[in-house]
Design a protein around this ligand. Structure first.
Ligand code: EPU
Length: 443
């Protein structure tokens, strides 16, 4: 951790609940689309320009990762533009993704495929487990081996080598978002055709395919479980606008449903929010959906409903914690089943400390509502768990203090400012430097 991160590590949110949310909140670019897009810049020696990059900590981590490999990364945040220009013309002779960065952000493993495809070698630290599950990367490794890579693992690192990757038929044994993205990038520069089955269909995968296509890749089947990629010998620079963050949008939509009021979530893509909006309609929330915004209308009267996380287009695991906060305020019993990660209920015990009635049985959380929530000191354990605590605090009686908000800064752009703008009482304490001092690098 550098000095700023050390200080930010101490930040807390203080939230006084009970306010209705009124007005318009704008959604930033999708972190989980921006991270693979930045890694894709490794595939070419020409500049890649990415717009609508969110101002979140994971983007800074990816910037450091690329710079450590010899890439030039200009990152600029301003009112009009959130943009990065990445030039990977002169990579270090032995570029590697070291443990210090990979351990803070698992998505760092996304550099494996592009590095190998472009330079014929890659050295990437194994990420290890994390707060929400074991999260192996065996499918990335098996896929790259099918493309002809020789892969060894030693001293906590993956070492991959290949003269030139060769297209092949790959069937993922498990649907994986970053696995699909890693292999798509590798196959884009492989010799011949790669057919990948059982691929992830998340919008972020589609956004990466759109960028790669602009860079000169030949990809078909986007949005289906089968992707066909005809390799090319060279990829080029491109300019691309990152899609809106559907999880940030979903988090604000749940905030509106929970706190009551009329909240417009602007700059989002409603087509990416289908499963969530359908579920919330069942729960009793009303919407007006336009091309790029969702108006959430809620009188706070919510009915219980069961939910089961699935790969896209199913209900996103990244919205499960936020839905659990909502379920505590719905009349009746909601059963929430987590099918993607084995340990993603860390928020439940914190919600219980605020007065929720939740029992965990293996992969199921049984939430009995509605129980009044009362403010408490709580601890954020991962990104989406932190978001659920912020939501619960908006509905709680009194002043909640959330510790370790650096988790939320990984993936939400100034969430406290955005929520304050629509009437929430939320402030950050422990901050010793203005966030802008960290964020405003470049133009
Ligand atoms: N899995 C394997 N082997 C693999 C890869 C995955 O067994 O080689 C398993 C995982 O352990 C998990 C399941 O497959 O049980 C799905 O994992 P996936 O690979 O799809 O997750 P990911 O690519 O590591 C991305 C998002 C996550 C999001 C998941 C699921 C990024 C950078 N991260 O992770 O986002 O939860 O897909 O949708 O895209 C977040 O933003 O908070 C976050 C955790």
């Amino acid at each position: 951790m550098n000095e700023w991160e050390n200080r930010c590590g101490m930040d807390k949110f203080v939230i006084r609940g009970g306010n209705r949310l009124l007005g318009t909140v704008r959604v930033s670019g999708a972190k989980n689309a921006a991270l693979p897009a930045m890694a894709a810049a490794l595939l070419t020696d020409e500049p890649v320009i990415l717009e609508n990059i969110p101002d979140v900590r994971d983007i800074q981590t990816e910037r450091k990762l690329l710079e450590a490999m010899g890439c030039e990364v200009e990152l600029g945040y301003g009112r009009a533009h959130h943009r990065t220009t990445i030039n990977c013309a002169s990579l270090n002779p032995d570029p590697e993704a070291g443990y210090e960065l990979v351990k803070t952000m698992r998505a760092s493993t996304l550099v494996l495929g592009p590095l190998l495809a472009r330079t014929g070698r890659a050295r990437v630290s194994l990420p290890g487990g994390c707060a929400i599950g074991a999260r192996p990367i065996d499918q990335h490794i098996k896929g790259l081996e099918r493309l002809g890579a020789e892969i060894t693992q030693e001293h906590g690192y993956i070492e991959a080598r290949a003269e030139r990757l060769r297209g092949n038929h790959i069937v993922f044994e498990k649907i994986t978002v970053t696995g699909t993205e890693d292999l798509m990038m590798a196959a884009a520069l492989a010799e011949g055709e790669t057919v990948m089955e059982n691929c992830a269909r998340e919008p972020e995968v589609g956004d990466l395919a759109a960028l790669l296509t602009k860079m000169g890749a030949h990809i078909s089947g986007v949005g289906t479980p089968t992707l066909r990629i005809t390799g090319v010998s060279k990829l080029f620079g491109a300019r691309h606008r990152i899609i809106p963050d559907r999880i940030e949008a979903g988090t604000f939509i749940v905030a509106g449903a929970l706190a009551g009021g009329e909240l417009t979530v602007a700059g989002c893509e409603p087509a990416h929010l289908g499963a969530l909006l359908q579920k919330l309609e069942e729960v009793g929330v009303k919407f007006r959906i336009s091309k790029e915004s969702v108006l959430v209308m809620s009188n706070g009267e919510l009915r219980a409903s069961d939910v089961s996380t699935e790969e896209f287009p199913g209900f996103a695991t990244d919205m499960q914690a936020q839905f659990m906060a909502l379920a505590t305020q719905a009349e009746g019993t909601s059963i929430i089943t987590e099918n993607i990660f084995e340990n993603r209920f860390m928020h439940a015990q914190e919600l219980v400390r605020m007065g929720a009635n939740i029992r965990i049985e293996g992969r199921r959380a049984i939430v009995r509502g509605r129980t009044p929530l009362s403010a408490a000191a709580v601890l954020a354990s991962d990104l989406r768990a932190s978001a659920s605590l912020v939501l619960a605090a908006l509905a709680a009686d009194g002043e909640t203090i959330i510790d370790r908000v650096y988790h939320i800064d990984r993936g939400y752009e100034r969430i406290e400012e955005k929520l304050r703008g629509v009437g929430a009482q939320i402030r950050r304490i422990g901050e010793m430097l203005p966030r802008r001092a960290f964020a405003a690098v470049g133009s």
